[in-house]
Design a protein around this ligand. Structure first.
Ligand code: MEV
Length: 419
């Protein structure tokens, strides 16, 4: 039987029923199910960072309906904000009509920067470094034989002379194929290891040796078409395109537009134990690569009058090293995704970002964002009051109508309607 992530009424199930569905979909073991429901143990937390006094829990949900490159995915998302996960699943459901999401990427290539100062003749120094490029790459690759064995490692050197407040600096970029790692540890080790050789070649002094989070060689792309009939008509298509034009023309809006994208991306980055700050800084610097901060998605109307969306963002997320391999819940979240490579993971994150942005723009361009929030909030309150089945919708709709979304009102309505 082929697995499908197209599950209706997932939100109506109990947590246990949802978990059972996910367990079957992703072949989770009982231990993995336990890790998802459990907490990060204090001893493990104490090994992860310094000065530990506790842990903080964030809800972990699953967005349904994602069809990406013809494959069904359940998407684990860790986030404290209501509506985000439901909105992603809803957007994914609408995208299915035209085949879901299609992705591509540039591969897992990261940049290690070496800042070289006190170089009298920076342009000659640049050429001097180029002449020893093979030696530099060889030395870098000695730092991580395993990465080289699996087909990765340092592959190139790029050099710029950058004018700064303290004069000309030679900035060397060590280009590294990180394969399934996020890459920070490897790249930083390599940058530090080759610096003495670079100093020797140029007579300069290396100061900073560190990865760049502006990962513009690790770009993840996704696109999807949303049928006008499915999303509410051609007027909705036009309004979403105009909403995008607003973000393109105005940085105040672009910032919020991209925040909506990151609601989706960061939630998956966090769920899989990846570095949220690295991905956030990468995406925002990429949004600003022209010198003006722009939206990271583009929305157009295609020749059929349907809505066509694309996203291109740098995503440095890995499957090996770091919390992804040690945090029990993150490990189980990766298993839920059933991904085979870091690039597949990054492309999924881009697709989720696009879905999230679509959902926000559609809500904003039609009924506004608050109604959706209120509906979900009301449903949660109805469920908390003990409502089940049809009563959840009946009670929440009544509370929304009355603008009285409170547990005491939900209980009253439950009593009345159950009679
Ligand atoms: C809220 O978390 C995200 C939105 O503000 C995004 C947007 O405005 O596009 C709804």
């Amino acid at each position: 039987m082929t697995k499908t992530s197209r599950i209706s009424g997932f939100f109506k199930l109990s947590v246990k029923e949802r978990m059972n569905l996910v367990k079957d979909f992703s072949d989770l073991t009982d231990e993995e199910v336990n890790d998802i429901g459990g907490r990060l143990g204090i001893e493990q937390a104490d090994r992860m960072v310094e000065n530990v006094i506790g842990t903080i829990d964030v809800p972990l949900g699953v967005a349904t309906n994602f069809l990406i490159n013809g494959k069904d995915y359940l998407i684990p998302m860790a986030i404290e904000e209501p509506s985000v996960i439901a909105a992603a699943g809803n957007a994914a459901k609408m995208a299915r009509d035209k085949g879901g999401f299609t992705t591509s990427s540039t591969g897992p290539i990261m940049i290690g920067q070496i800042q070289l100062v006190d170089v009298v003749d920076p342009f000659s120094a640049r050429f001097g470094i180029f002449e020893k490029k093979d030696e530099i790459i060889e030395l870098a690759n000695k730092q991580d034989p395993f990465l080289v064995k699996v087909g990765g490692g340092a592959i190139d050197v790029e050099i710029r002379v950058v004018e700064s407040k303290s004069g000309a600096m030679v900035i060397i970029h060590l280009i590294v194929d990180c394969k399934d790692a996020m890459g920070a540890n490897t790249v930083n080790t390599m940058a530090e290891a080759v610096s003495p050789l670079i100093e020797e070649i140029t007579g300069g002094k290396a100061i900073l040796r560190i990865i760049s989070n502006f990962a513009d060689k690790r770009l993840m792309r996704a696109r999807a078409v949303f049928s006008k009939e499915v999303i509410g008509g051609e007027e909705v298509v036009d309004s979403i395109v105009r909403a995008y034009h607003f973000a393109d023309a105005d940085v105040y809006r672009a910032s919020t537009h991209n925040k909506g994208v990151m609601n989706g991306i960061t939630a998956v980055v966090l769920a899989t134990g990846n570095d949220t700050r690295a991905v956030e800084s990468g995406v925002h610097s990429y949004a600003c690569r022209s010198g003006v901060y722009k939206p990271v998605t583009i929305w157009e109307k295609n020749s059929d009058g349907d809505l066509s969306g694309t996203i291109e963002v740098p995503i440095a997320a890995g499957l090996v090293g770091g919390a992804t391999k040690t945090h029990p819940t993150a490990k189980a979240a990766v298993k839920i995704l059933c991904v085979k490579s870091a690039t597949e993971l990054g492309e999924i994150m881009a697709a989720v970002g696009l879905a999230q942005n679509f959902a926000a723009l559609r809500a904003l361009a039609t009924e506004g964002i608050q109604r959706g929030h209120m509906n979900l909030h009301a449903k949660n309150i109805a469920i908390s009051a003990g409502a089940t089945g049809d009563l959840i919708d009946k009670i929440s709709e009544q509370m929304v109508k009355e603008r009285a979304i409170r547990i005491d009102r939900a209980k009253e309505l439950l009593d009345e309607l159950s009679k």
